[in-house]
Design a protein around this ligand. Structure first.
Ligand code: ATP
Length: 244
């Protein structure tokens, strides 16, 4: 069953077409990497799927519901982790997590277990009583990850989630992602780390200058070569177009 269905998504910023006619399906249990050069249109696409950026043409369905027509219903079952999360710095870590758990209606028993487990593994359990303003960049990233996972979203979308994480946290985040998908959720995330994408993901979508230039299962897209080779090959093709 399709958890995220993007059909002919097109987004303009004034006269500039940032994303052009992009279509993509991500099903239950699948992790899909979204890769592309800087400015290709990844954040623009993720934000539209999360319902925080309007778009001009096409349709985005979350679990069969339109993000435009039923934004609240869609948001209840998803989580979006931006590349630079804005947290309420005056709150302590635990107050922030409880606030997010309240918003999503997570009962006190479930939230306790989940917050304890995730924060222990990510190594910030002992910091949860401190104000977020005292956290390092990586600690804030970890807190934002926990807040995105606390309600076990059916669709998890993340913008470069591995940036700034230490190797242990990176390892645990990969496991959290696999666990979530094994329970029937789906994950769509952008990354520039092709080795992680290649090892972790069932699917991959490559965007170039706003257009999807390759998508499918990891095996289909990379064939007998590596994801890096495929990416570099597609990049050089675009250079030729520019040179023509
Ligand atoms: P990166 O890997 O650097 O994060 P990205 O693939 O996420 O890049 P986007 O942020 O989606 O890229 O940007 C896509 C294009 O849209 C870029 O050309 C960018 O300059 C443009 N763009 C993004 N946000 C705006 C905005 N608010 N107004 C005008 N143009 C924008």
């Amino acid at each position: 069953m399709s958890v995220l269905s993007i059909k002919n998504y097109t987004k303009y910023y004034d006269d500039f077409k940032a994303v052009d006619d992009l279509s993509l399906e991500i099903n239950q249990g699948e992790i899909c990497a979204f890769i592309g050069h800087n400015g290709a249109g990844k954040t623009t696409t993720l934000k539209a799927c999360a319902g925080i950026l309007n778009f001009d043409r096409g349709e985005i369905l979350i679990n069969g519901m339109s993000i435009k027509e039923s934004p609240l219903e869609c948001k209840k079952i998803m989580a979006y982790l931006p590349d630079n999360p804005d947290l309420y710095e005056v709150l302590t870590g635990i107050k922030y997590l409880n606030f997010v758990a309240d918003v999503y209606g997570v009962n006190s028993e479930d939230r306790k277990t989940r917050i304890k487990e995730l924060s222990n593994l990510l190594g910030i359990y002992d910091n949860l009583a401190q104000p977020i303003s005292t956290y390092s960049h990586g600690m804030k990233q970890k807190l934002a990850i926990i807040s995105a996972l606390v309600h076990k979203p059916k669709l998890l979308m993340m913008d470069e989630p591995f940036v700034g994480l230490d190797p242990t946290a990176t390892h645990h985040l990969k496991n959290f992602m696999k666990d979530l998908c094994s329970e029937g959720s789906a994950i769509f995330f952008s990354t520039h780390v092709l080795e992680v994408a290649e090892k972790l993901c069932d699917k991959v979508a490559i965007i170039k200058k706003g257009k999807l230039v390759a998508s499918g299962t990891m095996e289909e897209v990379k064939g007998r070569t590596s994801l890096e080779d495929v990416f570099l090959e597609l990049d050089s093709q675009s250079e030729e177009v520019v040179n023509d």
